[in-house]
Design a protein around this ligand. Structure first.
Ligand code: F0G
Length: 353
């Protein structure tokens, strides 16, 4: 393992003899068994897929490596994406690795600092617009229709092809698909890709079962749940602040063919989940990622019985991407003390005894 997505899964991907098998080490991310939260929810087999362990800290690298390889194969001279942050970080990194210029369109003031820092450091040309993600994506589509620049948002079919490999890895780790897959939904590409991955592995005889797909949007940005686009989406989880998802139909198909659900969670539920995952499992994911676990908690409260069920939550991105939010939203246990042993002893009493 560690050979990258293109090499490892080439028979399931649009790889030809002319496709450069580039890799920055994406994929093969840990599937960690819950030690505490699963027990609290009455679930003996709860797993977390740590997509924040990808090279740029999010699941986007799985799809980006395929999109960039195909762009190189097609002789593309530059790529463009609109983004709430992670896609731009990933495009910028793979572009830098392959010496391919990258243009990113982002909503001004709405991208977490860590993600913006990444795009800047990797050297992308960053265009900030006075508008939201949905307008940025519309502009990126219009621009790339008119100019010979490759669009690397998930409307590029190679992106979802790469992203489906997350489902392959879960099946390889567990020996079969889980009973439930909980996943955040923004532009709805990832839930579409995972469902495709589960179907393809089953068809290839590598798994027997299919999971129920459980997608979660943020309450203020829940167009699929409400059944209509949201003009001015709002949520603390900036990665999924999206009002008109490009893969809307794919998400609905995944829900309906799997017997799953697409529901929403409030910002408070997202933040509670975000804090619990970090303080009770030692996993620091970003707020949008915590929507998957927040959804699981909500379903359990509504009576979902997980006894004997295998459940996987996808943690799509690393918590370090949004450090401002962590500092603002977590009650810190920090105290300033004198640099003496007595002061350390006095301050540690409650914790260490
Ligand atoms: N989680 C994270 C951390 C994300 O960055 C995204 C999407 C999602 C979940 C939702 O996935 O869009 O496939 O439903 N981020 C995109 C971006 C929109 O521009 O980085 P989705």
């Amino acid at each position: 393992m560690g050979a990258g997505i293109l090499e490892t899964y080439r028979e399931f991907l649009p790889v030809t003899d002319a496709t450069p098998l580039i890799t920055m080490g994406e994929g093969n991310t840990p599937l960690v068994k819950s030690n505490r939260l699963g027990k609290e929810l009455g679930c003996d087999e709860l797993y977390f897929k740590l997509e924040g362990c990808n090279p740029t800290g999010s699941f986007k690298d799985r799809g980006m490596v395929v999109a960039i390889a195909k762009a190189l194969e097609d002789g593309s001279r530059a790529v463009m994406c609109a983004s709430t942050g992670n896609t731009s970080a990933s495009a910028a990194a793979y572009g830098a690795y392959c010496d391919l210029p990258v243009l990113v369109l982002i909503p001004k003031g709405e991208v977490a600092m860590g993600k913006l820092a990444q795009a800047m450091a990797y050297g992308a040309r960053i265009l900030m617009i006075n508008g939201n993600f949905d307008s940025a994506l519309a502009l990126a589509r219009a621009y790339t229709c008119k100019h010979s620049v490759t669009l690397v948002n998930s409307v590029n079919p190679h992106r979802l092809e790469g992203q489906k490999t997350g489902a392959f890895e879960i099946i390889e780790s567990l020996g079969d698909a889980p009973d439930y897959l909980f996943i955040p939904v923004g532009n709805a590409g990832n839930i579409t890709a995972y469902w495709r991955g589960f179907l393809e592995y089953q068809r290839a005889g590598r798994s027997l079962r299919l999971p129920k797909m459980m997608g979660f949007q943020a309450e203020g940005a829940a167009p699929i749940v409400r059944g209509a686009p949201v003009a001015n989406p709002q949520t603390i989880a900036s990665a999924i602040r999206i009002g008109n998802p490009a893969s809307w139909q794919g998400a609905v198909d995944a829900r309906d063919s799997s017997g799953g659900t697409i529901d929403m969670v409030s910002d408070d539920e997202i933040l509670d989940a975000y804090r619990m995952i970090a303080s009770k499992e030692g996993i620091f994911c970003e707020p949008a990622s915590a929507a998957s676990f927040a959804g699981l908690v909500k379903m359990c409260r509504q009576g979902l019985n997980l006894e004997g069920q295998r459940v996987v939550c996808i943690f799509t991105g690393n918590g370090l991407k949004d450090p401002d939010l962590a500092v603002r939203s977590v009650v810190s246990q920090t105290t300033e003390i004198e640099p003496t042993l007595e002061a350390v002893e006095a301050a540690s009493l409650a914790t260490a005894s």
